[in-house]
Design a protein around this ligand. Sequence first.
Ligand code: PMT
Length: 399
Amino acid sequence: MEKKSVILGVTGGIAAYKAAELVRLLVKAGVETKVAMTQNATKFISPLTFEALSGNKVVSDMWDAGNAAMDHVHWGQEADLVIVAPATADFIAKMAHGLGDDFLSTMVLAASARILLCPAMNSRMLLNPMTQANLGTLRKHGYIVMEPGDGGLACGTDGPGRLPEPEDIMEEVRKLLSPQDLAGLRFLVTAGPTIEPLDPVRYMTNRSSGRMGYAIARGARMRGGDVILVSGPTQLVPPRGVVFESVNTAEEMRRVVLDRCGSVDVIIKAAAVLDYRPKEKAPQKMKRKGDRQTLELIENPDILAELGRDRVSGRRILVGFAAETEDLLANAKGKLQRKNLDMIVANDVSRHDAGFEVDTNSVKILYRDGRMEELGLMPKESVAAGLLDRIKEMWEKGT
Ligand code: PMT
């Protein structure tokens, strides 16, 4: 999100303190951030906090001699996005009626950037038909309104009206600042490990954390794609806006993937699926039996090979991953051909900075026509973006 700029409007509600965290997240993501506050907001949190976090002067007074004459017009025209968080009932009512009586309201009225409103208030104020009608009017005029969260409120009651968590607002911001170049494409992404139980307390698995697959699912969603994420057990929170399917075993993953794959254009199998499972699952916890114990394993279905074998239409793009510790290219090429894929992403999982568990990856992408491209060491989000760029290109070429 570097080179993007955002104006954050803060209005006078108790949730104004959460806006400080939002500014921190924006700045951390490389977004140039300026803050405008209403006078009431300055009673809840000091402009100094936002100045320190954003590195920019905060405007809270239309008549401050330090403002340039037309700041209230220029700010919202030069920014990529205007966010108002928290947006009070009063501010929402003002905007719905086109009133501009301070810096923030005039700036929003003059903005050409898209406007994201994050309402936060007492439940009764939020559910009041006037507020709802005002929000309806603003939506009709193109304002993007984030649903407030449900839970404990500052007034001591429970209900809708909480400002969404700054991370959730950030996720919406990332989406709004991303090109929507994958809109209309439907993805199925698998991620994480599978597990195979041995008995009620033990199981076999592998080191996949799910980070690579989740980064792809999130990247595709950010860029407007419809995403189904089928995931083995991980510690990760599913990205907002994806359809999430949680599975454990290879057989469960196969069932969900085959169920869901009919409606998608692109399948990306980043999951690390166990090739074998115990022939039998012991009904009770297995007991120690002498100094050796033999475990009989039987083959799991190869989900990707099955998808490659039963390809229904030339329009679908099928992408595999190959996790290798030796002969990376030869092994990946073999899988690309055997599983009848359009591309395979080969990662050398013997490296400490690539493959399983870490935040970075270094991959080689092999294509059906024999081409190969290398992406250097980079964050998994960037690998995901690079992969999605190539999938988009392939889709547009119809190859
Ligand atoms: O989750 P992270 O910690 O971020 O790590 C990322 C990763 C290393 C798991 C990921 O980048 C990766 O390489 N995933 C594939 C791992 C793997 O299982 O590779 P494989 O070479 O065994 O399988 C090849 C392909 O066939 C994979 O797309 C796999 O999903 C698929 N497969 C394999 C076995 C099986 N029974 N069914 C399958 O569909």
